[in-house]
Design a binder for this molecule. Structure first.
Ligand code: ADP
Length: 178
């Protein structure tokens, strides 16, 4: 695990499964616009949460790229799921701004609700085709920018599914925060 502390908040980079973050209050879903089950992260989250998650989430859709909404987490070990719609690479333009908005809006929701810990997957880097090196730069830069002045959020965790994506995020963090 790699860590970076800024003021009262710690950024952690880990390799793992987003549905298995037992010590985290809110996990982030890489959602589709209609907040339906889908594949990848969304499929794993809905499978672990149970059908009530989709019943609640679909009422909040459709959402636009960069937007985030919050629901309960049902059978997941967390309290909330924050659903973010990432941009499709080279289709939802400007993809870097829209991807950064996902992280920014999710963190703002936590601050509003008094949530103390959040875990993100690498939004848009699966089916939406965002190259992981570029996505890691956008995500980590936005998270670090937001970490200054946070009042409630104490832990922000990036959870990378593959070893390769984990190592890329660690390298990117080192470059951004020398
Ligand atoms: P998007 O549609 O936003 O691209 P995906 O769910 O297809 O979202 O993939 C986003 C990233 O999440 C990919 O890098 C994928 O490898 C990773 N991923 C898939 N399943 C999990 C999981 N259970 N936990 C964490 N990351 C996951």
């Amino acid at each position: 695990m790699e860590q970076l502390k800024i003021e009262n908040t710690t950024l952690e980079i880990v390799q793992g499964d987003i549905t298995n973050q037992k010590d985290i209050e809110a996990i982030v879903n890489a959602a589709n616009a209609y907040l339906r089950i889908g594949g990848g992260v969304a499929g794993a989250i809905h499978m672990a949460a149970g059908p009530e998650l989709e019943e609640e989430s679909t009422k909040l859709g459709p959402i636009k790229p960069g937007e985030a909404v919050i629901t309960g987490a049902y059978n997941l070990p967390n309290k909330y799921v924050v659903h973010c719609l990432g941009p499709v690479y080279e289709r939802d333009i400007p993809h870097d701004k829209l991807l950064a908005n996902c992280y920014k809006n999710a963190i703002d929701i936590c601050e509003e609700k008094g949530i103390e810990s959040i875990a993100f997957p690498a939004i848009s880097t699966g089916a939406f085709g965002y190259p992981v090196e570029e996505a890691a730069q956008v995500a980590l830069k936005q998270i670090i920018d937001k970490m200054k002045g946070l009042k409630k959020l104490k832990i922000i965790r990036m959870v990378l599914f593959s070893r390769n994506d984990f190592l890329i995020h660690i390298e990117t963090l080192k470059k951004l925060y020398k």
